[in-house]
Design a protein around this ligand. Structure first.
Ligand code: ATP
Ligand code: CA
Ligand code: CA
Length: 437
């Protein structure tokens, strides 16, 4: 992760879309959070609200740089979800919409979805297909109840569902999610595991060009890696993973994966992202921007806790008064967000510096921190059938594409993940046994 994405500035092809996304989020999230909290009703799950933005503004929406329409889905449900995931409302808004900077990862998967990181790398915006969008709305209630009953769920955390459309343009649906990988730690290796071997190989020779690439099942097996948890943590992890997968099976979801990030404590933080982010703003750096020298000066230093607290307080006041947040003002400062949200530590799998630390057979801590989440879980078997490329890419797996396929997919997934979860001692013992056969 030496360079994480391309900065989306005014010259970027997706600048207008990114700007509109953030403006819409800023307006709708502060609008909902300004209201007094209340219990959810069934209607909240179906709710959708449409807003028109233009250059002049009107009694409902503030003025914006461009003309566009924005749709906000189930705002109360997502407000409650964000609270369940212990996000601070002001912090959420500030991370996403301060200074209008995102970095685009482009489209890493086959699906054509685009990924954007918030400026502080805490959040990810993923554009999704219309079918995935419709499906998320359909299962929202079940997802919500699952999160309620399983605060430690490993499933992707969804924080918002929206749509933007520019005049004569296409409708772009997107979700806001957590970035599993913490901004303040190097992730030394990343894997996307499905429990299948067909087509699940990242070409080892391409690793040279792209040393931080996301590797797959066969690369994992080739390296003889394990999710190194002693008995106690293994039990916690497997129990939760099974509950999560059972929900996905029930909802007939497939094609999801376990995203695994490994931070090696012996290597530490040589490529700390904080420095890299700041480099972007250095005068004369490769990635120049149009900030004034004064602004750049401010950007290059990290604000004190006090400044951050003040900023958060201001934002909270704005939210309370339901005033639109002044555009481009409350923002010329590098937020001190490189540190994690400390409330996240209350969640089992985020409790060790944002992840779940490896343990030995006697449950004492080992040398890695694992970052684990079940991602890409909006593919209903019906969607699979419609996605042509999927047929081509996975022709061997065609038999898996049927309404009952979510069952074997999930069973295979559980079997695989369970099989690779063992303490370092257990793994070593097995290696010796295998060698002696
Ligand atoms: P496809 O359908 O072709 O598999 P996709 O476009 O649906 O791809 P995902 O599978 O959701 O994309 O994600 C692609 C990659 O993006 C992942 O392998 C991972 O490297 C990264 N990624 C996705 N979600 C997250 C997340 N929450 N945190 C960090 N990285 C993520
Ligand atoms: Ca995927
Ligand atoms: Ca996908």
């Amino acid at each position: 992760r030496v360079v994480v994405g391309t900065k989306v500035d005014q010259n970027h092809v997706n600048w207008v879309t990114a700007y509109n996304m953030l403006t819409g989020i800023r307006f709708t999230v502060s609008r909902t959070n300004a209201k007094i909290d209340r219990a959810l009703t069934d209607a909240d799950f179906e709710a959708k609200h449409k807003f028109s933005f233009d250059i002049t503004g009107n009694e409902l929406t503030p003025s914006a740089k461009y003309d566009f329409k924005f749709k906000d889905y189930a705002p109360w449900v997502f407000r409650h979800l964000r609270a369940k995931f212990k996000l601070d409302p002001a912090d959420y808004l500030m991370s996403l919409t301060s200074k209008y900077i995102l970095s685009e990862l482009g489209s890493p998967g086959k699906s054509g979805s685009f990924f954007y990181f918030s400026r502080d790398y805490k959040y990810i915006i993923k554009t999704i297909h219309h079918a995935e969008h419709k499906f998320l709305r359909k299962i929202l209630k079940e997802y919500y109840c699952h999160v309620e009953n399983n605060p430690n769920t490993l499933l992707s955390q969804f924080y918002g569902l929206h749509r933007v459309k520019i005049p004569y343009g296409r409708k772009v649906h997107f979700v806001v999610m957590n970035n599993l990988f913490p901004p303040h730690r190097d992730i030394h290796q990343t894997f996307d595991l499905k429990g299948s071997t067909i087509g699940r190989d990242f070409k080892e020779e391409d690793l040279e060009k792209n040393p931080r690439a996301t590797l797959k099942d066969l690369n994992w097996l080739r390296r003889n890696l394990h999710l190194e948890f002693g008995p106690e943590k293994k039990r916690q992890f497997i129990e939760q993973m099974e509950k999560d997968v059972h929900l996905l099976q029930k909802l007939k979801i497939m094609d999801y994966s376990m995203l695994v990030g490994i931070h090696d404590l012996r290597k530490g933080n040589q490529e700390n992202i904080r420095d890299k982010t700041l480099q972007v703003f250095q005068p004369g750096g490769a990635d120049t921007n149009e900030d004034t020298p004064e602004v750049r000066g401010i950007l290059m230093r990290t604000p004190s806790k006090l400044e951050t607290a003040r900023k958060a307080r201001e934002l909270r006041q704005i939210i309370k008064q339901e005033k639109p947040i002044p555009m481009g003002q409350s923002s010329e400062r590098m937020p001190d967000h490189m540190e994690e949200n400390t409330l996240k530590r209350e969640f089992t799998f985020y409790s060790d510096d944002g992840g779940f630390r490896a343990t030995h057979e006697d449950n004492s801590p080992a040398d890695e921190i694992f970052f684990l989440s079940i991602i890409d879980c909006l593919t209903h078997y019906g969607t699979v059938k419609k996605l042509e490329h999927f047929w081509k890419g996975l022709s061997h797996d065609k038999k898996l594409i049927s309404p009952v396929a979510a069952e074997p997919y999930g069973d295979r997934f559980i079997r695989f993940i369970e099989g690779i979860t063992k303490s370092p001692e257990e793994a070593a013992k097995e290696a010796v046994q295998e060698a002696s056969i």
